[in-house]
Design a protein around this ligand. Structure first.
Ligand code: OGA
Ligand code: NI
Length: 330
């Protein structure tokens, strides 16, 4: 076992510690599920990509994008600085300062449910407006703010582009989604190898409360999506970003696009590092089905609510995310 404080007591263990074992009914079954070939890999340099994005967002709510224009070095630097962050002793990684719009590191307090821990290390922090948030992020590793700042600038561009394509595909006016959205939260996870993946979970099944989420997962696996009541593995594809439709966009699209349940399972041999960036509506937005998508044949399926209120009441991410979101926007 590594020498560290007790929040890493579950690294390099031979057996899964008791407080990481989920009750039987919540443990992942059938871990050998197939890789999902119905999650399309969309080449953004090709013309037809609007159609394929729309089709994927309708059917599965998930797709991957390649040739997205984000320089490889920006992504590999972000991955390596996060790895350095997670490698630091946990005392250097802990900070809960929501009143200062700061970052949150949780593991020792990261109980998923009924006192069972998730098999992951996590950091979350707000990202919008970038210039205001960046100084509140971790100061160690020293490159953290610069490298993650550069990564987020690229993510902002890519998310704007994808939102514009979705607007076009849905028949919404340009800017309908993009003008009132922001890349507001980064959540990065490190999932260490686990001696018995059948007992643990990296992330519980959930839907994202975002408009869309952009996820980089390097060359690792473990992300599963629910398709036709079955868990299916999202394959790893070099340099791709996984994009999924969140609850807000499902509402705005009046249910045409789907926010799908997903989770992360652990591996005996692989360390997974993921960077999730959540593109959310601006806090004061009223979220409701777009008027042009509602008619007599397709009446509105969702009630309008202010995004701020939704976030306050949302338990989808547990109280920490809600707390930090509230801190950011209040
Ligand atoms: C999330 C999520 C997947 C991952 O943070 O919402 O689904 O691989 N993350 O970390
Ligand atoms: Ni998610």
């Amino acid at each position: 076992m590594k020498e560290d404080t007790d929040s890493k007591k579950w690294f390099n263990v031979e057996y899964v510690p008791k407080d990481y074992i989920f009750p039987k009914e919540e443990r992942p079954e059938n871990l050998d599920t197939p890789v999902c070939d119905s999650i399309p890999v969309i080449d953004l340099s090709k013309s037809k990509s609007v159609e394929t994005i729309l089709m994927a967002s309708r059917e599965l709510g998930f797709f991957q994008v390649i040739n997205h224009g984000i320089p490889e070095k920006i992504v590999t630097d972000a991955m390596s600085v996060l790895k350095e962050f997670f490698d630091m002793p946990s005392k250097d990684r802990t900070g809960i300062v929501p009143h200062k719009k700061g970052y949150i590191y949780t593991n020792s307090t990261d109980y998923a449910k009924d006192g069972v821990h998730l098999w992951r290390e996590n950091i979350k922090h707000p990202c919008h407006p970038l210039e205001e948030c960046i100084h509140l992020w971790p100061e160690k590793p020293t490159r953290y703010q610069e490298v993650i700042g550069a990564y987020l600038k690229e993510i902002q561009k890519l998310s704007s582009r994808i939102l514009e394509m979705i607007c076009e595909g849905l028949g919404l006016e340009p800017g309908y989604l993009e003008d009132t959205s922001e890349v507001s939260l980064l959540s990065s996870n490190l999932y260490p190898p686990c001696p018995d993946p059948s007992l643990t979970l990296g992330i519980l099944p959930h839907q994202d409360p975002s408009l869309i989420t952009l996820l980089y997962q390097g060359n690792s696996t473990g992300l599963q999506v629910m398709k036709d009541s079955q868990w299916i593995n999202v394959g790893d594809f070099p340099n791709a970003f996984v994009v999924n439709i969140g609850n807000q966009l499902e509402i705005i699209s009046n249910g045409k696009l789907r926010s799908i349940k997903h989770r992360v399972v652990t591996s005996t041999h692989e360390t997974r590092i993921s960077i999730a960036t959540f593109v959310n509506p601006s806090p004061d937005c009223i979220i409701e089905p777009a008027k042009v998508l509602v008619n007599e044949l397709e009446p509105s399926r969702y009630t309008a609510s202010q995004y701020k209120e939704y976030v306050k009441s949302s338990k989808a991410y547990g109280d920490y995310t809600v707390a930090i979101q509230n801190a950011l926007h209040s």
